[in-house]
Design a protein around this ligand. Structure first.
Ligand code: SAH
Length: 252
């Protein structure tokens, strides 16, 4: 009988291949099969050998090309057939990446799994936009939430945003009006500063700032596209940001 292969759930980071871990890069460079999401940057995929099999299971909001059960089944089937599989996910596999479900499916089938962390969009975007997620003078709590998974209205975000706290919203572009409404209804000041960071860690990155009440307008006026993060809190409006924004513009 063939030896069982291992499934490597690998974080590909937010875009720039320089932000891969050494472990991720070395697994990719010797991969035979790479199963990847739509969010993974083509420059990262280019690290796989030319003859490796690349399988895209790209998911777009409301348009799943491959349902999650089928992705899990594919990973298990390949491993049971004796193949090591690199399952490459944008950011970190365990932050809104359904990596937990894939690891469970593998363990249930007796397939060994290794999880390789990646730089999550929040960390990549914060660094690229020079926004401190925590700051001695502005925030000592940071939370990550999803703007559209399992129903926005079912999620309880009370207490996650406000003075001294930073809220990072993944997948929030499409639901921006409902997000602003929900947070203001929860008591957040309409002038609470925020930043929308589109395509963080990619050449076309944009950082847009404004007050919470203007979030729906910013998204429409600037035609913000996924992938983008919304960061809400005082940390996004420190006075030195005007300088950082100028420096970014000068670079591009
Ligand atoms: N596992 C990923 C998140 C997957 S959910 C991680 O840890 O980053 C997909 C969401 O992540 C997108 O809708 C967007 O909100 C965010 N995202 C991913 N890459 C991004 C990027 N380069 N810039 C801004 N947001 C990004």
């Amino acid at each position: 009988m063939e030896a069982i292969g291992t499934v490597y759930l690998v974080g590909a980071g937010p875009g720039d291949p320089d932000l891969l871990t050494l472990r991720a890069a070395s697994l990719l460079e010797r991969a035979r099969i790479v199963v990847h999401d739509g969010l993974v940057d083509p420059q990262v995929l280019a690290l796989a050998p030319a003859d490796a099999r690349l399988v895209s299971v790209a998911k777009r909001r409301a348009h799943h090309t491959l349902p999650q059960e089928d992705i899990c089944a594919l990973l298990v089937r390949e491993a049971l057939a004796g193949n090591d599989v690199v399952r490459l996910k944008g950011g970190d596999p365990l932050v809104f990446g359904r990596g937990g479900e894939e690891a469970e499916a593998c363990r249930a089938a007796g397939v060994p799994v290794e999880i390789v962390p990646g730089i999550s969009a929040a960390n990549g975007a914060a660094a690229a936009a020079q926004i401190a997620l925590t700051h001695r003078d502005a925030a000592s709590v940071v939370s990550f939430v999803a703007g559209q998974c399992k129903g926005l209205s079912d999620q309880d975000w009370t207490g996650l945003a406000g003075k001294g706290r930073t809220l990072v919203i993944y997948m929030g572009v499409k639901t921006a009006p409902a997000i602003a409404e929900k947070l203001i209804a929860d008591g957040l000041a309409p002038d609470m500063p925020l930043a929308v960071i589109e395509n963080a860690c990619r050449p076309q990155m944009r950082v847009l700032r404004g007050p919470l009440a203007a979030l729906p307008d910013i998204v429409v006026r600037e035609a913000v596209q996924s992938p983008a993060l919304i960061v809400i809190g005082q940390v996004t409006a420190r006075e030195d940001h005007a300088l950082a924004t100028l420096a970014l513009e000068a670079q591009s």
